[in-house]
Design a protein around this ligand. Structure first.
Ligand SMILES: Nc1ncnc2c1ncn2[C@@H]1O[C@H](COP(=O)(O)OP(=O)(O)OP(=O)(O)O)[C@@H](O)[C@H]1O
Ligand SMILES: [Mg+2]
Length: 356
């Protein structure tokens, strides 16, 4: 049985409304959002509400398989199509015929397969690997990703034409920290679910203080993380322990803290934690342990700006070089700097390929 889409926030109510409207149109849908926000739950809801719910819901994770395997999983193959193809196998496109094909983590699909996918979506036809036979397919394609596909298109790692094919209807699920009203009903739903799943374990529900804390935590792992906490509470029955173990260091938490004004309203974090997040960033560039006089002497916005920008530049250059297997010419094109500038910066920042 699929999970119901729990939530009372404006954004979830809007999504529920959209699901009802879209379910029978079979227009391609692209679902976006951070990890654990419920992209698969939304895909399942679209399917359940549609007339295709009596047919198959077929999921394929485009990030989990290497290119050749992903291709054979999607389109199927004939016996002998490649080494190891001992017998003919239908692909997901065929299994999903008249139903739904859920392309999870579409942002990770290799470029070569993106072109083939575009062709199949345009023509509705495909051939299994090693076969001359053309199959006509009628699938409703729902895709999901936690990548920013606009950025991927700018970097040329995602095809623009495929993006527009998939993104006919866009469903953007906000992170849980931006829809805190959903936290109490989600807690209630998972408490009930786990009470019946683990009848011997009787963790107590949160009282109002605990609930306020749970609502103010930024949940970098979103609903999945909240769900796991409730499961843990059923077994440990100690909110204190659960709070102790909640991660406080996470890039999403840091940016949330910096954007939140801790003076306004209650926060899961104290002002101390907030200033910690800020001082952690500053302390990378200035020695905060010195006396105020010395500290103020050391602080120069111009100097810090240079140090911070050098640090980010170095990381970005190393990141791109690693991604392209240290192909400097490709990296310079991606970074939109000249080859010569890249070499100069690699030397300046001491970015070198790993020694084999
Ligand atoms: N609105 C919701 N109501 C009920 N359960 C939810 C909701 N959103 C998420 N969940 C639960 O949280 C977990 C994560 O959801 P899901 O797998 O759909 O997230 P996702 O966005 O696909 O994450 P990922 O990007 O990591 O694949 C699942 O166990 C799901 O049942
Ligand atoms: Mg998912």
């Amino acid at each position: 049985m699929s999970t119901p889409l729990i939530g009372v926030s404006k954004s979830i109510l809007k999504i529920k409304e959209l699901i009802k409207h879209v379910a029978n149109t079979c227009l391609n849908v692209l679902i976006t959002g951070e990890t654990g926000v419920g992209k698969e739950v939304v895909a399942q809801s679209l399917y359940s509400e549609s007339a295709r719910s009596s047919k198959n819901f077929v999921k394929i994770n485009c990030a989990a398989l290497p290119e050749t395997l992903l291709e054979s999983e999607l389109y199927g193959y004939e016996k002998g199509a490649f080494t190891g193809a001992h017998k003919k196998r239908p692909g997901k496109f065929l299994t999903a015929d008249k139903g739904v094909l859920f392309l999870d983590e579409i942002g990770d699909m290799p470029l070569a397969l993106q072109s083939k996918m575009l062709h199949v979506l345009q023509s509705g036809e495909f051939s299994p690997l090693g076969s001359d036979q053309e199959f006509k397919t009628d699938v409703w394609v729902i895709a999901a990703t936690n990548h920013n596909l606009e950025e991927s298109m700018a970097k040329k790692t995602f095809r623009e034409d495929l993006f527009y094919r998939l993104n006919i209807i866009k469903i953007e699920i906000p992170p849980l920290r931006k829809r805190k009203e959903d936290i109490p009903p989600l807690i209630e739903y998972y408490f009930r679910l786990y009470k019946s799943e683990y009848p011997d374990n009787q963790g107590s529900r949160p009282d109002s203080d605990v609930l306020a804390k749970l609502c103010n935590y930024p949940w970098p792992g979103n609903v999945r993380q909240l769900q796991n906490c409730i499961k843990k509470q059923m077994i440990l029955n100690s909110w204190e322990k659960i709070f102790e173990e909640l991660p406080k260091e996470h890039p999403k938490i840091a940016s949330h803290l910096l954007n939140e004004n801790p003076q306004n309203g209650s926060s899961y974090y104290t002002n101390n934690d907030f200033s910690n997040a800020r001082t952690r960033i500053i302390s990378e560039f200035v020695d905060l342990s010195t006396s105020s006089d010395k500290l103020f002497e050391d602080i120069s916005l111009k100097k810090i700006k240079k140090l911070a920008s050098d640090k980010v530049e170095k990381e970005v250059i190393a990141f791109v070089l690693e991604k392209v297997g240290w192909n400097r010419s490709r990296a310079s094109k991606i970074l939109k700097i000249s080859y010569k500038t890249l070499l100069y910066k690699m030397n300046e920042f001491e970015v070198h390929p790993p020694v084999k």
